[in-house]
Ligand binder design. Structure first.
Ligand SMILES: CC(C)(COP(=O)(O)OP(=O)(O)OC[C@H]1O[C@@H](n2cnc3c(N)ncnc32)[C@H](O)[C@@H]1OP(=O)(O)O)[C@@H](O)C(=O)NCCC(=O)NCCS
Length: 147
């Protein structure tokens, strides 16, 4: 697996794989807006042939990081890609003097919650009605990891 920033012209592909993998995907517009934010980074995971496997969007402000979005292509899940991608991002942020990383995850998203626990995140609070999926409001867990 190769990690590198996702190029602007690859964002449509990323938004499309996110839409197929995720109950709460980002639109292409959200990815494009994120790409224009100086504090945001979009790091992609690629296979040896250059295929985009998935990506993580995160931000860094001073000594705090936040995971904003994460998805792995539906057909490529359960191969350890998200774990490797997040581990690398945590290591890079630690080297940038980041002390703590936060994220929100949908209640009931067991794949993501298990993944974040495996990486060392803990639940610190709940945000009521944070997500709206097809008109239904769903709570978010706020998770944090000390680096
Ligand atoms: C969550 C997601 C990114 C995981 O990606 P992945 O590459 O399949 O995950 P990995 O193969 O690296 O798995 C690492 C760990 O995550 C957990 N996990 C991953 N998929 C799981 C599943 N379907 N069920 C239960 N646990 C799962 C396991 O603890 C796993 O460790 P293990 O293999 O030792 O059991 C992927 O399922 C996804 O893209 N989901 C849709 C988008 C999403 O929900 N993003 C999170 C937004 S906050």
């Amino acid at each position: 697996m190769i990690l590198r920033p996702v190029a602007y012209n690859e964002l449509p592909e990323l938004a499309s794989l996110d839409a197929r993998a995720n109950r709460s995907p980002w639109s292409l517009f959200s990815y494009q807006q994120s790409a224009s934010q100086p504090q945001h980074q979009i790091i992609g995971a690629y296979d040896e042939g250059g295929e985009l496997l998935g990506a993580c969007v995160f931000s860094q402000v001073l000594d705090e990081g936040e995971i904003l979005q994460l998805c792995i292509r539906y057909e490529k899940q359960r191969n350890g890609y998200a774990y490797q991608l997040l581990e690398q991002i945590c290591n890079d942020l630690r080297e940038q003097q980041v002390n703590q990383i936060f994220l929100e995850v949908m209640v009931g998203n067991l794949a993501a919650i298990n993944l974040y626990h495996k990486i060392g995140f803990n639940v610190i609070s709940t945000r009521k009605n944070y997500y709206n999926v097809n008109g239904k409001y769903i709570d978010a867990l706020v998770m944090a990891k000390q680096l």
